[in-house]
Write a protein that binds this ligand. Structure first.
Ligand SMILES: [Zn+2]
Length: 116
């Protein structure tokens, strides 16, 4: 080959990618035609189906009612970094701006005592 080097390699890769896209499109069209024929055959014998294209994207996990929920008391407050009695969590810090660990006087205002 007279011409070699990065430029020709990139050109070759581009050509291959174009070819791949064409092949994929052709394969998809062929498979789609087969699927449509199969659906048409099913319809003829009384079974109605529809072909639906999945647009992709990550599958969304269905919200499970049994999913464990974090409850106050299962660990230290994510903001304070320590446990209290009775336990509290980040929700107790709503209205704080900026969010900061409770100071001793804030703990006593809320009737909390620091543990650990
Ligand atoms: Zn806290």
């Amino acid at each position: 080959m007279a011409q070699s080097g990065t430029t020709s390699v990139i050109a070759e890769i581009r050509a291959l990618e174009k070819r791949k896209a064409e092949l994929l499109e052709a394969a998809k069209a062929e498979a789609l035609k087969q699927a449509q024929d199969a659906i048409a055959n099913l319809a003829e014998i009384g079974f109605l189906y529809r072909l639906i294209e999945d647009s992709g994207g990550p599958a969304r996990p269905a919200a499970s009612p049994s999913a464990p929920k974090r409850r106050a008391g299962e660990g230290p407050c994510p903001i304070c970094g320590f446990k209290t009695d009775p336990p509290h969590d980040g929700r107790a810090h709503r209205g704080q701006s900026p969010k900061a660990p409770f100071k001793p006087e804030e703990l006593s205002e809320r009737g909390l005592s620091k543990l650990g």
